[in-house]
Design a protein around this ligand. Sequence first.
Ligand SMILES: Nc1ncnc2c1ncn2[C@@H]1O[C@@H]2COP(=O)(O)O[C@H]2[C@H]1O
Ligand SMILES: Nc1ncnc2c1ncn2[C@@H]1O[C@@H]2COP(=O)(O)O[C@H]2[C@H]1O
Length: 461
Amino acid sequence: MPLSSGQLEELNLFQRKVYEDEPKDLLQFAANYFNRRLEQQRFFARNQESVALSKGIVLFPSATRNDSVVASGRAGVAGLQSQSQDQLFKASFSETTDPHGTRLHDPAPTATDEAGHAQEDTGFGSGIFKNDFRVNQSTEKNIKKPLDPMAPAEEASGSSPQPSNTPRRSVVAPRPLPMNFNAQRRTSVSGETMKPDNLDNWIPENYAEKSGLQLERLEKAIGHNFLFNKLDAESKRLVINSLEEKVVKNGQEIIKQGDEGDYFYVVEKGTVEFFVGSEKVNSSGPGSSFGELALMYNSPRAATVVATTDCVLWALDRLTFRRILLGSSFKKRVLYDELLKSMPVLRSLTTYDRAKLADALDTEVYQPGQIIIREGDIGENFYFIEVGEAAVSKEGEGIIAHLKKGDYFGEVALLNDLPRQATVKAIKKTRVATLGKSGFQRLLGPAVEVLKLNDPTRVAH
Ligand SMILES: Nc1ncnc2c1ncn2[C@@H]1O[C@@H]2COP(=O)(O)O[C@H]2[C@H]1O
Ligand SMILES: Nc1ncnc2c1ncn2[C@@H]1O[C@@H]2COP(=O)(O)O[C@H]2[C@H]1O
């Protein structure tokens, strides 16, 4: 039976950790790693219990209020230290016995760059998911405010905390849910595909069932948008019913560069233009979407967006965006963020450019001795080395170059419309991110000039 996309992505994440940490004791590493994943998911479940409580829903009717809510208050990375007291999060392997666990068990990264990206890839608490596991809320806060498991700590803990003696908000007429309620699935960190027989009852804030006519319009508007095509049916239903219609007049500013992100937009009708400073950088029309960057990276809006005709837009709130789209449709951005930021050849790309590039990448893994590119073949892909080493050789010349993590190859054939000019073979187990020919032509922007300048065969033709 083929693995689901969620299972594949989980394994993919694990593989990345193995490559990065190169553990000597793989089984111990795997045991600790998956225990931690489990703890994180339990933690999310507890967070969602708080969300549900705030809406008057009891997720775990058999647990006492104190048990369940207190558990949510001390779980997460910070709370893992206290896991021995908390049976819900109990791990069968001790963190302290992990010989390789320093990074794996580090708290979520604290260093962030100017765009708000985490500097260290710990696999889970890093990159776009920065701060997600650094939640240390008090019981009151958990009850008071719905928590976004993907929100930064400041936000998740509430911007204007209530004094600790403030009475808890009363929970009106709790609606019991089945015990098999799987609250953590919506968190999307593992990218699980939700199975129709296992749907939970999380209801987005702005959820409103759409009419048949609206659904028809939306199907047309977002039917071809790849972000939505990646969603399973249930996630798509939640997203569609959370979209709010916004009618915008010609000339109206929809987003202002530098502002905080609140909504993600899909264009049903009309056209919009994007400005960075006073420079027009882009335009788009029906079926396209915008406004995701600030929501993904918790950064200020990267551009001003102005309607250039009367427009009909559909807006998705930040929380639903992060809960559903970030972990699935934007998963590649999470996976490739660190790699792309670290590549000198891509230094000229903006956050927006890198995000678009990440969307187009795929991962391939080669064993030592395996040929990645064969001299004389037609070039289809461009490659970035994520992990490993490869050798470049030419017929009659032998090895002419060595490539390592952060290097790229396969550009010569694509730049010059030539057959492959050399053979590239993995020396160690090598993981590469691949970019297809059309992506290469569309998405590298100013980096193409750098590639041309560095073309190793440039003198020859
Ligand atoms: N060249 C561009 N640079 C930055 N943002 C862009 C660009 N083209 C389109 N956009 C969109 O403009 C949006 C402005 O808000 P965000 O930064 O949230 O997300 C941004 C992108 O979705
Ligand atoms: N001296 C070289 N000559 C040709 N290709 C090289 C050389 N050094 C590195 N390479 C890489 O090997 C790749 C083989 O496929 P391409 O010709 O598409 O792109 C080539 C370059 O990325």
